[in-house]
Design a protein around this ligand. Sequence first.
Ligand code: GLC
Length: 717
Amino acid sequence: MGRNKGDSRVERLLDAMTLAEKIGQLTMTAAPDLATGPAGAGNLADDVRAGRVGHVLNLTGRSRIAALQRLARHETRLGIPLVFGLDVLHGYRTIFPIPLAEAASCDPGLWERTARAAAADASSDGVMLTFAPMLDVCRDPRWGRIAEGPGEDPWLASLFARAKVRGFQGRRADRLPRGRIAATAKHVGAYGAVTAGLDYAAVDISERQLREVHLPAFRAAVEEGVAAIMPAFVAMAGLPATANRALLQDEIRGRWGFDGVIISDYHAIAELMAHGVASDLAEAAALALGAGVDIDMMGRAFPQGLPVALERGLATGEQVDIAVRRVLRFKERLGLLDQGPADDGVRPARPVRPGRTRALSRLAASRSMVLLKNDKGALPLSPSGPPVYLLGPHAEDDGDQLGPWAGLGHKDPVGTVLSALRRMLPHRVVERLPAIGRGARPASPLRAGVIVLCLGETADMSGEAASRAEPVLPLVQARLARSAAALGLPMILVLWAGRPLVMNETLDRVDAALLAWFPGSEGPAAIADVLAGRCDPSGRLPVSWPASIGQIPSYFGREPSGRPFEPGDRYTLHYIDAPSTPLFPFGHGLSYAAFDMTIRAVAAGRWTGTGTLRVDVQVTNRGSRRGVGTVFLFVRDVVDRVSRPLLELRGLEKVTLAAGEARIVRFRLSAADFASLGLEPGTAPAPGEVEILAGPSADRALLDRRVVVLGPCLATR
Ligand code: GLC
């Protein structure tokens, strides 16, 4: 293929570079602004000036980024601009709900909008690369990073991947439009399946689990044109993802056609020594480069190990050139090689309107919250009525609304639930109750009122390096709930968490429970929106909610057992000391309305395998108020060459209906929706019965079911 202008520019640069400058382009160094891993030594400006650094992460502020960029452009021999990267996971200055919360909104349009807004926010400061979206499917709430990802299901995770890549990058593959930032699909290699939910622990899963559960979202991101990929810290079947050539080079670059850059995780190349697959930095650098990693994030392995690896013949100059060529093309895609000498290298900013971004954050938060229970119509709170008493540590805090990876969110005010509820309920007394329990009681008995318990995790209990062997409510909070119950008033729980928590006793004590996750900069206002009924709670759990820790990993896409549970039959699938089903299933979430969902039609006809199967589901709001219903469509391939999961998610739609209103939601399924990875990846499903199921969650008892026969002619039974 002929070289285009861009290629010739890249080739000219490559030809002019010394080995040290080439290795510099393969090196990413952290600024001290945000600590996201072990601190590095050295002087960043000196390293840039000497051409030892091609990329910088964690530097914030337009003037500081511009100053360092000017240094790179005007004080280095070749003037190659730097890439500035940051974890813009769920917002930069205005923070959106954590990704697991956004996944609960089941709203791909919203996912794309928030990513676009975050990109505009970050790029206005000169950030041009985000280490997001995090696409690690996870079914283990002991793992703190479950908060950063799209939940337990690969189909939903793939939808999330596409929306986020489009939102961050826009839709042009060749050039990053103004106001957008390059995205990084991370952390490929089944990071969400770490043993026992322990962060950084090894992963050992089947090839099929890897292909069916943990890779689809990354492939979706690649198909959407994601600019970068980050391997996981962890080893899978004994091979660290950072050194996994079969995964990075053969699968992702080869079979998927990924043509972007692969950026190691923080210090991950050097950590190949701790993994026991490299005896020194030279071997570590050679392994990573040979596997297809292009950029060493804070690992020292490329700068210190590559020269030695080349001398020892562990790596070749050709391999270095291949990586440098990809990096220069990456910079070209970011428009960095276009700028003239006068340019300070910080792309022209797109005007950001904080008010609009915060309004979007409030919308996203209200749509992410999940109403777990609502007995006796405890919610919504009416505009007038007895006092509302807030109790618990989250009633008046603002830092913990943001959750982990909160960028520069702490720089802007967040507010508190107490102040937000006072604004939302001006005709009601809204007060903070002093501590109660352990002898402390209100000054005078509370004769009437509603208690709003504000409980849950703090932000530092969630995210990276925050695994919890017991993902439960902190004991002091469970005790507070027990003391509050003694007051004899209706109780509403608002729960902050980055994961499902096993907290059955507290959930039993309250009349209503709203899961707020970590809702972001506008969290308190969004919580008030939902509590007061200004927004209908439309979040649906993207992860199953275990009834006990022993159930973990808990997920709906289980494979069948030869002895499925039969009540009364001991020799069937069950625990003798705990429930065998989650407390709340995937997709659970109440509305203030109530919905019926019925399959009205499944198109019959010749199933040529290239056509589509049409499924019409009627949704009826049989409640007394307008509400948002979410319909999930599942399939189950009943008999195939290998057993297929009991449910596989293949569709979701949200509908807003007035009281009494009904609407048909139409789904279209294609052969790919039934493709069984079976014994051979991508094999078509064996002819035979397939169940089509539709309903409000993965609770099979709530699903409407039809059976179709896949084969030469499609028929419904
Ligand atoms: C961290 C995380 C990764 C993040 C990177 C840069 O260790 O594993 O998700 O993008 O370092 O902050």
